[in-house]
Design a binder for this molecule. Structure first.
Ligand code: PHE
Length: 442
């Protein structure tokens, strides 16, 4: 349980609550969910096993683990990709972290309770297009993550996370139940349950794959790093399945909490990254008409839990780069944090401004934020994951993979499943990923 909790702590975050619902909305609902669930079980789970076997087998940081399997220049490049991806991701992740911080403050000031749903409409767009407010929140959020990593108070945060994730879970169930009772919610439920395959394109597949990797923190070196701390007696297959299932459950619950309310409020489901920030205030302000106290409490707890879930993920993202700089470049922890704060802060600021003053700047037709997000999840994480499965399936000796996944053959059920797992790892996952990459390019 402790191992699953640690993995789930990294996996569960803005990916489930913020990213999943808006991708469901952009990609037509149920069909996307179905593809996402299948990808998670057939493609992402083997990658999770691959990364955890590499991590526990090598017992060193992710760059060193990769270089260990692939000596020389190629290994250095792969390792570098695994250090760069989390930093790239952190830059815009902390923009959304900043948004959650602003919304926590609004919940604390009872804004959602004292306004009607109509008064709240358009609030979020005004906030993110403001020239400096969202930037300030982004930098404060990133600064907090950097301070935690620099001062090494990580264990405190981890303790915090032990209650925040279960709290978030309970709250999201409550919100989903409430959301289902809103007028017009049934259209949202239909949207989530009745697949419309006519909306499915090659892009839907690559979005579903990217989301699955994003949500399980794959291809970023984080699972490798975490696994290097796992004891030899733990069951990696059970940890992988447990993490994937809890992550999936969390995402689906978030879907049921948000999408019915989106329909009830008449919000456009394909609104993109702003979707939950438009929808949640609507839910809370609606609830406040009957039960203001309950609504205020739930809103505060909910945004606090999102903020903490985002902060813990941000800390793990920063930790990879800090470990690299302190171990390989002999930098002090404080300096490494300061340097990465400046780099990620600058890049994230550009992403943040892309909803306001820089909205005209487009790369491949996307604003900077969307470009950073799709490059991270649909390109970098996909590449990182591909490298991980190839390393575990083809480079790591079979006997070593067997030893890690079955604890030297002592776990009978795992030993029986091993040939199937290795087949998935060696053939199904890499071929599946390559096919998806190629089809999205055509
Ligand atoms: N999985 C996290 C989430 O869902 C994001 C993340 C990705 C964290 C990669 C670490 C590494 O929010």
């Amino acid at each position: 349980m402790a191992v699953i909790a640690a993995f789930a702590g990294s996996a569960i975050g803005l990916g489930n609550i913020w990213r999943f619902p808006y991708l469901v909305g952009e990609n037509g609902g149920a069909a996307f969910i179905l593809i996402y669930v299948v990808f998670t079980l057939v493609l992402s789970l083997p990658i999770f096993l691959a990364e955890s076997a590499i991590g526990r087998g090598s017992q060193v940081n992710c760059r060193a683990a990769v270089s260990f399997l692939v000596p020389g220049r190629a290994g250095r490049w792969f390792g570098f990709l695994m250090v760069l991806t989390p930093l790239w991701l952190l830059s815009y992740y902390s923009v959304v972290g900043g948004w959650s911080m602003d919304y926590l403050i609004r919940a604390l000031s009872l804004e959602f309770i004292h306004s009607t749903p109509d008064q709240l409409a358009g609030n979020f767009e005004r906030f993110i297009s403001h020239p400096w407010m969202p930037m300030l929140f982004h930098l404060s959020f990133l600064g907090m993550a950097a301070a935690v990593v620099a001062f090494g108070v990580k264990s405190g945060i981890e303790k915090f996370c032990k209650w925040s994730i279960p709290t978030l879970f309970v709250l999201i169930v409550l919100i989903a139940v409430y959301s289902l009772t809103l007028p017009g919610a049934n259209r949202g439920v239909e949207y989530l349950m009745k697949p419309d395959f006519s909306k499915v394109t090659a892009h839907t597949f690559i979005d579903a794959l990217g989301q699955s990797f994003f949500s399980l923190s794959l291809g970023t070196g984080i699972i490798i790093t975490y696994s290097s701390y796992i004891k030899k007696g733990e069951n990696l297959m059970v940890a992988g399945v447990g993490t994937a299932v809890s992550d999936l459950t969390f995402a689906l619950l978030a879907g049921f909490a948000i999408i019915p309310a989106v329909f009830s409020a008449g919000i456009e489901p394909g609104a993109g990254p702003t979707l939950i920030f438009d929808t949640l205030p609507f839910i809370f302000s609606n609830l406040a008409q009957q039960m203001p106290f309950l609504s205020a409490v739930v809103a505060i707890l909910f945004f606090a839990a999102i903020f903490i879930a985002a902060l813990t993920s941000a800390i793990s993202l920063l930790e990879v780069g800090v470990a690299y700089l302190t171990e390989e470049k002999e930098m002090s922890r404080g300096r490494a944090c300061a340097l990465l704060f400046v780099l990620c802060g600058a890049f994230g600021t550009l992403c943040s401004l892309s909803f306001g003053p820089l909205s005209r700047v487009r790369l491949l037709g996307l604003n900077l934020f969307d470009f950073a997000d799709s490059a991270a999840s649909n390109v970098f994480m996909v590449l990182g994951s591909l490298i991980s499965v190839i390393l575990a399936g083809w480079v790591m000796p079979r006997s070593e993979l067997f030893r890690e996944l079955t604890n030297g053959g002592t776990l009978r059920a795992n030993a029986r499943l091993f040939p199937a797992a290795r087949f998935l790892l060696q053939y199904v996952t890499p071929i599946g990923i390559l096919t998806l990459i190629l089809s999205s390019m055509l």
